[in-house]
Design a protein around this ligand. Structure first.
Ligand code: 13P
Length: 235
């Protein structure tokens, strides 16, 4: 399974080094065979040798250039980073990224062979408007995206479940993942208030190939416990 930590705008460079050291000790001590991804804040990116894969939360679709406040692929290559999150709901809804820009990023980074964790998810008002409207909202998030891209991982993260402690029911997650799997064979992660206390149930669901964790992954011991739950699950 794929167990990913999105550290968002948390953990400084020094704290990220400590975090990754603790994580690597755990991965080797427990002989973990799961795919573990960590997305630190941009100023905490660094070269990383170990079992976990370090990826970027964002980058502009450029090598370099006049894009104030952004980084390009050159800045990722400096640290050997070949993994990126694209389409996260905070970039869509807080930072106003359009599907057009998201698709441009997807196109740019897929051509470079990056592993892409592509995020989709609906706000609460969309979910409340019924299944049909919700599915067409999610469909629109696939516009311009090559769903057959070989290095694609999709993360379904309902916006209203992110950082709120709320989650869809297990049946709802399973049902939606079943629908989403019809659109792409890519591994499909669930994200949104996953924590130590619900991780086993979520990971055990059909068509859940892993998790993308925010707040609960900030504590490295908790993240390790979630990885261990995946390791112990016969799937
Ligand atoms: P939380 O785990 O804090 O709900 O965040 C999920 C998320 O946004 C991961 O990308």
């Amino acid at each position: 399974m794929i167990i990913a930590a999105n550290l968002k705008a948390n953990l400084t460079r020094a704290k990220t080094v400590e975090y990754l050291n603790e994580l690597e000790k755990f991965l080797s001590a427990k002989n973990i065979s799961q795919e573990v991804l960590v997305f630190p804040a941009v100023s905490s990116l660094n070269s990383h040798a170990g079992c976990a894969i370090v990826g970027a939360q964002n980058a502009y679709p450029t090598k370099n250039g006049a894009f104030t406040g952004e980084i390009g692929v050159e800045h990722l290559e400096e640290f050997g980073i070949k993994t990126i999150l694209i389409g996260h709901s905070e970039r869509r809804h807080v930072l106003g990224e359009s599907q057009k820009l998201i698709a441009q990023k997807f196109d740019f980074f897929s051509k470079l062979g990056f592993k892409i964790v592509y995020c989709i998810g609906e706000p609460l008002e969309v979910r409340k408007s019924g299944n049909e409207k919700m599915m067409s909202y999610l469909d629109a998030q696939y516009e311009g995206i090559d769903t057959e891209y070989e290095n694609l991982i999709i993360a379904y993260e309902p916006v209203w479940a992110i950082g709120t402690g709320l989650t869809p029911t297990l049946e709802e997650i399973e049902g939606l993942h079943e629908e989403l799997k019809k659109k792409s064979f890519a591994p499909l992660l669930y994200g949104g208030s996953v924590k130590v206390t619900n991780v086993k149930e979520v990971l055990a669901l059909n068509n859940v190939d892993g998790i993308l964790v925010g707040s609960a992954a900030l504590n490295v011991e908790d993240f390790c416990m979630m990885i261990e739950s995946a390791q112990n699950l016969e799937k």
